[in-house]
Design a protein around this ligand. Structure first.
Ligand SMILES: Cc1cc2nc3c(=O)[nH]c(=O)nc-3n(C[C@H](O)[C@H](O)[C@H](O)COP(=O)(O)OP(=O)(O)OC[C@H]3O[C@@H](n4cnc5c(N)ncnc54)[C@H](O)[C@@H]3O)c2cc1C
Length: 504
């Protein structure tokens, strides 16, 4: 039963796509998933059917055989949400192809587009993304697979693992190290994205993994031994790999969040079906407050997941920067999905633990996405870093311009700086003062301020905090505070204090 949410900002084509994919999910996927779960066979029929309907081409322009520009990232999310509602494994094949080709669309040459996009648009070929390696996962900048230019060819050596659709896939977007100089590493110019076709000599499947969920899906470890590919297979230029990877990850994270909404809805639907039919204590489970609380949390979580994801997808379709929003949507959606699927099992009682109901599959299928596409712990760290940078840039832009030439120097400057620190201490006695705040207040430039702070530090009148060797924060020591202002300056008593009795 589909209860698809269509947002008012979706165009007619996107709304129709939602209905079409929902219908496919409710009929085709629903009728085959049990057999795939049992046999773990690769579901070629999903690929064939989705290919026939053209959905793999959701981001591909019409001239390369795709669906054109009407659908965008929102369209991609719609397909992912609806097929995930039927079976999370359908997401794996679809998303890896779409994310795998997204660098070609966004950065590829005309020749690359003409060569590969038409086959990918129809599902005749699948694309894979190969980042992760045996000795490197979250630390993606530390890729060890190398690609060296030899005449007109790149020679690739190394291993990748956990690659979705590995073995079945036809085109692999392989992230390789093309430089190891400290300068390139520091500026993230040491990586490149290179396309490798199945069947290239030296390129082989080493392992097919046996995962906890998403039965029927394929994940492989791949081996590259002197794999030679034409130099034209590089996307953009040598050193652009990191930018391509992070760009593709925004799309991937929104897609993962969209898939999570589908599974959450499916868990919710299954729970509604169950709790309205199971009777205990002379009422249905749906009438019992503890069950209602779980149901309510599931509805709240899945609604917010959906809003966040489609809002960010819409922003990305407007070409806005969604690096924070995509990460937030991925974290929230996948964290919540784990909770929702566990609550769904709980609401089913013992039946929830059995394979007779879909909720145990939903839980097994869901855990992966808290880890894949960037483990949530990494993304949380990233979100805070990205947000803080944005906040600090905004704060800086609102600051008064600092002076180029100082009007104070020597002991006068030291006195002024110390007094500023004392004033700041009076308001925020537990905090350091930012150097930018001092610069804003005093007629002194950065170079002279640093000199003055170093001198005060030597006198033990200030303590400094340095970030990567640069002085960023300062505070007056107790000696410094004493020197800056008389003790009366620091006194502060609320009105309710009876001075005569309480203060000495
Ligand atoms: C089923 C499946 C399919 C996949 N498909 C693909 C694919 O198609 N292509 C591809 O390239 N990769 C794929 N991956 C790999 C996936 O992206 C990685 O598993 C993921 O990035 C985590 O890397 P790792 O497994 O090496 O874990 P590690 O990097 O070893 O991390 C292990 C755990 O440690 C914690 N952790 C690590 N570093 C930090 C940190 N700095 N701060 C806080 N916590 C930290 C996290 O909790 C993390 O989960 C797939 C993985 C799976 C399981």
């Amino acid at each position: 039963m589909y209860t698809v949410e269509k947002y008012f900002w979706w165009n007619e084509a996107q709304k129709k796509l939602a209905d079409d994919v929902a219908e496919f999910s409710d009929t085709f996927i629903a009728s085959t998933i049990e057999d795939i779960e049992k046999t773990k066979r690769f579901p070629w029929e999903y690929m064939d059917e989705m290919g026939k309907r053209g959905w793999f081409g959701v981001l591909i322009p019409k001239e390369y055989g795709g669906m054109g520009n009407e659908y965008g990232i929102t369209g991609m999310c719609i397909v992912l949400e609806e097929i995930a509602r039927g079976a999370a494994i359908a997401v794996d094949f679809y998303e890896t192809t779409v994310y795998g080709y997204s660098p070609i669309i966004r950065f590829g040459t005309e020749e690359q587009k003409k060569k590969w996009l038409p086959g990918l648009a129809t599902g005749e070929h699948f694309a894979c993304i190969a980042i992760t390696e045996p000795f490197m996962g979250s630390d993606a900048a530390n890729i060890q697979t190398t690609a060296e230019l030899d005449g007109d060819e790149y020679v690739i050596n190394g291993k990748k693992r956990f690659i979705t659709v590995g073995g079945v896939g036809d085109l692999y977007c392989v992230y390789c190290q093309t430089s190891n100089t400290p300068e390139d590493r520091k500026s993230h110019r040491h990586l490149s994205a290179i396309l490798v076709e199945k069947g290239t000599p030296g390129f082989s499947v080493e392992v097919i993994h046996d995962p906890m969920g998403r039965f029927g899906s394929r994940h492989a470890a791949l081996n590259f031994e002197n794999v030679r590919v034409p130099k034209e297979n590089i996307i953009l230029s040598e050193g652009d790999g990191w930018n391509i990877l992070t760009d593709a990850l925004n799309i991937e994270r929104l897609g993962v969040a969209a898939g999570a909404i589908g599974v959450a809805r499916s868990s919710l639907d299954a729970t509604a079906e169950y709790v309205t039919r199971r009777v205990a204590f002379r009422q249905t489970l749906a009438e019992i407050p503890g069950v209602q609380n779980m149901g309510s949390d599931m509805v709240t979580g899945s609604s917010l997941m959906s809003l966040m994801t489609y809002y960010a997808a819409h922003q990305l379709d407007q070409e806005e920067d969604v690096s924070i929003e995509a990460n937030v949507a991925k974290i929230y959606a996948t964290d919540n999905l784990t909770k929702i699927t566990l609550d769904a099992i709980q609401c089913h009682g013992g039946d929830g633990y059995m394979r007779d109901y879909p909720v145990e599959r939903h839980f097994r299928d869901s855990k992966l996405i808290e880890i894949g596409a960037g483990a949530n712990e990494i993304l949380k760290h990233l979100v805070w870093k990205q947000w803080l940078k944005k906040y600090q840039t905004l704060r800086k832009s609102l600051r008064k311009e600092t002076v180029k030439k100082s009007t104070i120097s020597g002991s006068e400057a030291k006195k002024a700086v110390l007094e500023t620190l004392a004033e700041f201490y009076k308001v925020h006695p537990g905090l350091y003062t930012e150097c930018d705040e001092i610069l804003e207040k005093l007629e002194i430039n950065l170079e002279d301020l640093n000199e003055c702070l170093l001198a005060l530090e030597e006198d033990k009148h200030v303590a400094l905090y340095r970030k990567r060797g640069k002085i960023t924060l300062a505070k007056a020591t107790y000696d410094g505070l004493r020197l800056a202002k008389p003790q009366e300056y620091y006194l502060k008593f609320p009105d309710f204090v009876v001075k005569e009795k309480e203060i000495f």
